[in-house]
Ligand binder design. Structure first.
Ligand SMILES: *Cc1c(COP(=O)(O)O)cnc(C)c1O
Length: 461
């Protein structure tokens, strides 16, 4: 562990309170945004067009002096805070030593230490090896390469409402057409989609009261049988589907996939990119289901904002690949590895895990009553600090993306940064940093609750 020198704490550099100095976006942000539109491809969208100058703890501060409560964490990345002292100090120290050598050219110890921590902490009580990369999509692609190499089989089973990235292969693995796949075909082959077990909107019709997991598993078995189970190298699943809508699968579904994978010699790859690193109150979300993937993928919060991803799996699978078959110029960059070691130090005493559980308790208390009290919230769901509200008519389940957008916009105008997700774009998701103060959390949830109540009273019926 490195010595922490006395520097300003995040709360001293950025006051931990919501503050509106101007309308949102303010004049300076508007100016910078128009320059952006003149220079940057219009292929990138933006949730909230404000330009940030500082971020720390639970606050993102813009160039106009507005301070937003952060319910995004840069999409589940800055779980330890956006200017975490351990991360900043380790990265600064490494910056003095060297920025890059390429691990395939000459070695450095931090790479091995990150792999060792992951081997020891990812689910599964068996010998493991780890490979480091830079982005989530890159790790998913490499997990597929490893599974194909180890099994000699071509096919990859993915699921309804899945999200695995935007690169060519992972875009094919992702379910949602617009914006992720639209106009970007042809897609790579050998990607086959099976049923998921969304408790609110099962992808296979059953009768009410039927076991959603059992019906989905039957359908998955049929999909495997149709193509021949022995043609599948891997099945890849998120333990809680992220972009798809923060869908916690019906109980028993993940265990059922584990059994099917074992039965047919298919590599079970758990994509913990969004759910990992303590987000759901356990280090990895698979732990809630008592299962372990043969391969577990980590990214997003792994290195506190620096680009780092990891594929951790059974030793015999990970070592099945020929020497030189895996790699990448920036794979496991030394600055990112130091940042990850700082994140591990933050996670090791368990405080962040209990923070995630406390966030869930508070959010449940404030938001869950809206399900019965309004006619616009169909479900409150999630685990730990990965929580969501689905806007839909509670009877017909008619999705209401218009309401999700209006409520999210109201939050933005009030200084609360919320994100939307879901196949129908009708889900508001909450991903606060695990270091957010209780006061900020309650303030932000209060703003969201008021915005929902106001939107629901304007809904007829
Ligand atoms: C974000 C995400 C990815 C892709 O990660 P990138 O770093 O954006 O490539 C893959 N899977 C899941 C579950 C994700 O949430």
């Amino acid at each position: 562990m490195i010595e922490l020198t006395e520097t300003a704490t995040p709360s001293e550099t950025v006051p931990q309170s919501r503050h509106l100095a101007t309308a949102v976006p303010g004049p300076r942000s508007q100016e910078l945004h128009s320059e952006r539109m003149a220079q940057v491809t219009h292929g990138f969208g933006v949730v909230l067009p404000v330009f940030v100058n500082r971020a720390a703890g639970g606050i993102v501060q813009d160039v106009d002096g507005n301070r937003f409560i952060d319910f995004a964490s840069g999409i589940a990345v800055t779980s330890v805070g956006a200017s975490n002292r351990r991360v900043a100090q380790r990265v600064a120290a490494q910056l003095e030593r060297f920025t890059h050598t390429c691990f395939m050219v000459t070695e450095y110890e931090s790479f091995t230490r990150v792999c060792r921590w992951l081997n020891e902490h990812t689910p599964g009580n068996f010998p493991k090896r780890t490979a480091l990369f830079s982005t989530g999509a890159e790790a998913v692609e490499n997990a597929v390469k490893i599974a194909r190499s180890a099994t000699g089989r071509p096919n990859v089973l993915v699921f309804d409402e899945a999200y695995h990235g935007r690169s060519l292969l992972t875009m094919a693995m992702t379910a949602k057409e617009n914006p992720y796949r639209l106009n970007f075909g042809p897609l790579p082959g050998e990607v086959i989609r099976g049923a998921s077990a969304n408790p609110l909107r099962p992808s296979v019709d059953g009768h009410s009261g039927d076991d959603v997991a059992a019906i989905a598993l039957e359908s998955v078995e049929a999909t495997l049988a149709q193509h021949g189970p022995q043609t599948f190298a891997a099945m890849v699943i998120e333990p809680i589907q992220g972009e798809g809508g923060f869908i916690v699968p019906a109980p028993g579904f993940l265990q059922g996939l584990r059994r099917l994978a074992d039965l047919h010699g298919i590599v079970l790859v758990i994509d913990e990119i969004q759910t990992g690193m303590g987000r759901t109150g356990t280090l990895y979300a698979s732990e809630h289901e008592g299962i372990a993937g043969d391969i577990t993928i980590s990214a997003k919060a792994l290195a506190g904002g620096l680009p780092l991803s990891a594929v951790t799996g059974r030793e015999h699978l990970m070592n099945a690949v020929h020497a030189g078959g895996l790699g990448g110029t920036y794979a496991g960059n030394p600055l990112a590895c130091e940042a990850a070691l700082a994140v591990f130090e933050e996670l090791d005493d368990g405080t962040l895990l209990s923070n995630a559980r406390a966030i869930e308790t508070t959010a449940r208390e404030i938001l869950e009553p809206l399900v019965g009290d309004t006619s616009v919230v169909a479900q409150f769901r999630g685990r730990g600090a990965m929580l969501a509200l689905e806007f839909a008519d509670p009877e017909t389940l008619e999705p209401r993306p218009d309401l999700a957008r209006a409520i999210s916009a109201a939050c933005h105008a009030q200084g609360v940064l919320t994100l939307i997700c879901g196949t129908f774009g009708n889900v508001i998701r909450l991903l606060p940093p695990l270091v957010i103060t209780d006061e900020l959390l309650r303030d932000g949830l209060g703003v969201l609750r008021t915005a929902i109540l106001e939107a629901s009273t304007s809904v007829p019926g």
